[in-house]
Design a protein around this ligand. Sequence first.
Ligand SMILES: [Zn+2]
Length: 445
Amino acid sequence: MTRILLFLLFTGLLVGSAVWLANHPGAIAIEWVGWHLETSASLALVALLVLIAVILILNRVYGGVRHMPRFLGRTLHERRLKRGGLLLGEGLAAVKGGDTALAGKMLREVERLLPGAVGVQVLAAETAAATGDLERAEEMFSAIKDNPKFRACGRRGLLELAQARNDEDKVLAIARDAVTSGISAPWATGPLFQILVRRRQWEDAMNVLGRAHGRGGRSARADDPQRVVKASLLCAQARDVLALGAPAQAQRLAQQALLLEPGLIEATLISARILITENKHRKAAQMLAAQWKRVPHPEVASLYLSLGDDGDPLKRLKRVEGLIESNPEAPQSRVALAQAALAAKLWGQARKALDPLVRTRPSPVVCRLVALLEEGENRDLALANQWLMHALTAEPAEAWTCERCGATHTRWDPVCSACGALGTIDWRRARKLEGSPEPTTPAAE
Ligand SMILES: [Zn+2]
């Protein structure tokens, strides 16, 4: 619309000027170095306009010619960059796909097209690593590492080379250096954490975990997916620190572990043992009783019963009744009660405690207690022996069992020695071993 208006305005002006010139004819005469030129005013005006147009066109042509080399150079450079970028991408794809021959060919091309570019260094390093020239790869990745903008890329390449060489010390050094320099990507924190755990450097592992997940290492948030792992690390640290003779620090760590995972038996035991050495028996007893309510464990019972034990079996039985009242139906509660009742020769109470366990796949511990009962109450040595034999084939009882691989362990540890998993060992009924015979209880025969 505006264009049409402008065009109409311009045409109007042109026609107006032509009419005005026609109405005001005149003549122009020029005398110059012997030249004499005479013409009408309108023709002179047209000639002037033509002259201006010619000058403008000539100026344009001159500018074009003057900038021609630079223009040609830029076009060539752009084409070079475009082709180099394309080949670099293809080279990286080839090396990723394992086509080292194609990657090498692309590398030669891009080295010519894009000399000194970091992408070319990466392609050179990756190609060298893929063809087994680890020294050349290391040299290239070291060069990339020195570039502040790409320090992470260089370190990652060096770390992967160390992993390929199975050089754990070097992997540890590179990963540690990367994490300390502020890199918290999984390629650095993952291997670092695994090595620290393998080397049982719990505190360092805990710090790496904090960096990797961007949360305070000891935060006690219930939705923290790393809660159990953190609690396990703290508990292991507490155990080591206690062994080194620093009970106050061990207590602090055990408490932090319990804050994250209140049912962690090992942490409760550590904390209670320290309280007992400080003569805080009441607090230790409360803690052990609370643990029994959550997860009953024989060591919790024996530590609880060791408090103020004067060897009187009846008093001991009373104390067991006090301990198990919060969780009386748990198999471990029945076992603890039966043990105390047997020691006090209260056969009826022992049998009452064991009966439900005998009816549902008795564990080896239960079989041995029934054997004691048959021998103590009825003097039936034959039946007692049958129960002892049965204990050998009975389904395994609760044990420190890895949730992931099912391996059982004699004591709690943050790491499963069978599968290397962290925070998976818990007190639970062990899995039956493949191929072991179906147990039959003497009572059922
Ligand atoms: Zn395992």
